[in-house]
Write a protein that binds this ligand. Structure first.
Ligand code: MN
Length: 716
């Protein structure tokens, strides 16, 4: 294990300005906090964060990262709080540790293999600071290095599988080739012990057979370079057992059939020398077709640059040759961190997050749009959230998605019937905005239908389309119900027989193909009930209409106490859903208990007004639109909005008292507008959600009793 001064020296070797004091304090803090906890290896637990910090120095990370590496398990595994870390080590370190703790919590949820890609996206989305991800990878790397200490084979296998599915690809995505390879090798050895050992044995056998083939080829390539005055360092290696195994699998080949199991690397001074070296290699040895790739002129999206070629090389052996500069090499092995360190001249500037911008630049260099999308996820995922189903499946959604979006993403039948949601075990409203890593359980009921309300907060196209499709179909049903009631009432009111047979004869008059078409048109207000009546009974005298008009007009604009003399019983708003075929007028905000009148509005069904609403004057010339209605079951569909005009004294606390009074009377303020303001008074328009007229009247009475309120009345 690294000693305290060794770690500090390591950081100072590449960052002379590193915060030595904070590093020392963090080392001691981790040691104390983890106390007597032990690792499976029998080592004290704090050896783990210290080793993780050591790995981070290999990436040449800034001191904030190394400190966060030392502290990375303290919040999760000890009584330490993020606040405490903030107090001792500052905001930046605290945020990184907080991010790591959140990742650790997410990690504990089991994820199907199929979900690996979404899980990687989730980790990327949650690592708002790229350093969180780098420390997470270092953490995983050390845990893999010590994997063999774990006793339970199932646990080792699970961790190895997770490493192959999630962390090795993540390391690759941000260009950390060395970390990726090491993670893969350890995981491969754990998961496929037999294959690993037999490949190893074959490699050993070849090594003995070939009697130092690798060094001989290196020597020849060095000679080739020197003869052409190219300064180069050549290295060579056998490919790793895991990459050989993967190649065997992808090509369905046996080990013997694999030709190039050796790879050589020529590192030169600059880009020009790369192409010179390539020319030398290609002119001296046969090139293997389709193995040439120039990642210098077209870098990989993760920033990787190099030339790759396959040749029949020295000793007549098929080999792979990679040609690159030292800087390209560092970037290939260490990824983002190295790239950034180079640009900074190895001086660490930790505070301004420069390397996040660097990373984005690298990602933006990608030439292929698909690759670009595939690889800019760090940035892209700001637009997405990833949430778990109770079974551990991950669902990716656009940002600001709600449980309703989630429900539709699971299945449209779940969306159509959702009544509520448990988010992380707690019942939450359907309009709640989901956060990364939330576990969402949708509660459903067969009695539920999609609601127009949902359309206001859902964000996914799937949810929107499903809701609208349903509402459209449902609205037609509502118009049909309303239309039938309107026709029946109108016919009966005139003592005329109402039957469907009579209607069939007048289909052509209304471009209808069915009874429902006629009902829907009447309900929607495209055709009036009187039009239909006149079509069915052309001889019927129209004069009686006048009476109807008068009976409606009187109470509204004459003596308001007179009873409406409409014919027959008033139409109950029965079986009709407010908001679909019937809606409450925004001008007068009718409340259950108010005397009301309906106006059939073209294309919108029935608008309900209070009987004294000024807007009704507009319809005096159109008696056929008027409809005598009363509160039916619709009254139970609360809450309703009552609008109040209030004047309060302009003193501290009066607005508070006003809202307190309303709240105490179980009213809910849904909107508040200051319409006028003087030195001594505020004039307000208040929308209050109430059950019915009595409820609003009670609130008005309560307000009148308050000293803060100098005037209150229902606004109209
Ligand atoms: Mn850890």
């Amino acid at each position: 294990m690294l000693r305290q001064y060794e770690l500090v020296d390591l950081v100072k070797s590449y960052d002379p300005d590193a915060d030595e004091d904070a590093l020392n304090r963090a080392y001691v803090f981790a040691m104390k906090k983890h106390g007597a906890q032990l690792r499976a290896s029998g080592d004290p637990y704090y050896s783990h964060p210290v080793e993780v910090a050591g790995i981070l120095t290999k990436f040449k990370l800034d001191s904030a990262s190394v400190i966060a590496g030392l502290l990375h398990d303290t919040v999760e595994d000890t009584d330490t709080t993020v606040e405490e870390i903030k107090g001792l080590f500052g905001e930046q370190v605290a945020q990184i540790v907080d991010g790591l703790t959140k990742l650790a919590m997410i990690e504990q949820k089991s994820v199907n293999n199929k979900q690996a890609e979404n899980f990687r996206k989730l980790l990327l989305a949650m690592s708002e600071d790229i350093r969180v991800l780098l420390i997470k990878l270092a953490d995983r790397l050390h845990n893999m290095r010590t994997l063999h200490f774990l006793k339970k084979p199932e646990k080792r296998a699970r961790i190895a599988r997770e490493t192959l599915d999630i962390y090795a690809p993540l390391a690759e995505r941000i260009g950390m080739q060395a970390v990726k390879s090491e993670l893969e090798e350890i995981a491969f050895a754990e998961l496929h012990k037999d294959a690993y050992e037999s490949i190893k044995a074959r490699l050993n056998f070849l090594r003995e057979q070939g009697s130092n083939l690798v060094p001989r080829i290196i020597a020849q390539l060095e000679k080739d370079m020197a003869e052409n005055d190219i300064k180069a360092s050549v290295s060579g290696r056998e490919k790793s057992p895991y990459s050989i195994w993967r190649k065997m699998q992808s090509k369905n080949a046996s080990f013997e059939q694999l030709s190039d199991i050796m790879a050589f690397r020529i590192i030169v001074d600059d880009v020009g020398a790369c192409y010179q070296a390539l020319g030398i290699v290609h002119s001296k040895y046969h090139m293997v077709p389709r193995r040439f790739k120039d990642y210098i002129s077209t870098p990989k999206p993760n920033g990787y640059k190099s030339i790759h070629t396959g040749i029949i090389g020295p000793e007549n052996t098929r080999i792979e040759v990679q040609i690159r500069t030292q800087e390209m090499h560092e970037v290939a092995e260490k990824g983002v961190a190295a790239h950034w360190a180079y640009k900074q001249g190895a001086k660490v500037v930790g505070r301004n997050f420069r390397w996040i911008r660097e990373l984005l630049e690298i990602l933006e260099q990608a030439s292929n749009p698909e690759e670009f999308l595939e690889n800019t996820k760090l940035e892209m995922y700001n637009d997405q959230v990833f949430c778990f189903t109770p079974k551990g499946d991950l669902i990716g959604l656009p940002i600001n998605s709600t449980p309703v979006d989630f429900a539709y993403a699971v299945h449209s039948s779940v969306g159509d019937t959702c009544v509520g949601a448990k988010i992380n075990g707690e019942i939450r409203p359907l309009r709640t905005v989901l956060q990364n890593g939330d576990q969402v359980e949708i509660l459903t009921s067969k009695a539920q239908h999609p609601s127009t309300e949902w359309d206001r907060f859902v964000v996914t196209g799937k949810a929107k389309a499903a809701i609208r499709r349903y509402v459209r179909a449902y609205k037609r049903d509502q118009f049909i119900t309303l239309g039938e009631q309107l026709l029946e009432k109108t016919f009966k009111g005139e003592n005329l027989e109402f039957n469907e047979k009579a209607l069939v004869n007048v289909f052509p008059n209304f471009e209808a193909e069915s009874i429902d078409d006629i009902y829907a048109k009447v309900g929607e207000g495209l055709v009036t009930a009187w039009d239909v009546l006149k079509a069915v009974y052309p001889a019927y005298k129209q004069s009686k209409l006048e009476k109807v008009v008068k009976s409606f007009k009187m109470p509204g604009f004459g003596k308001t106490t007179r009873k409406t003399k409409a014919k027959g019983e008033p139409l109950k708003i029965k079986g009709l859903i407010p908001g679909m075929a019937v809606h409450f007028a925004g001008c007068c905000h009718p409340l259950p208990g108010d005397r009301i009148v309906g106006i059939v509005t073209t294309g919108k069904g029935v608008a309900v007004h209070t009987i004294d609403c000024k807007q009704l004057e507009k319809y005096t010339e159109e008696p056929e639109r008027w409809l005598d209605i009363s509160w039916g079951e619709a009254a139970e569909d609360g809450p309703h909005v009552g609008r109040l005009k209030v004047m309060i004294t302009n003193e501290p606390g009066t607005l508070g008292e006003l809202s307190n009074l309303i709240a105490r009377n179980n009213g809910n303020i849904s909107n508040l507008n200051i319409t006028n303001r003087t030195v001594s008074y505020f004039e307000l328009l208040l929308d209050v959600e109430v059950k019915d007229l009595k409820h609003l009247t009670d609130i008005i009475a309560a307000l009148k009793a308050s000293k803060a309120v100098s005037y209150v009345a229902r606004a109209n």
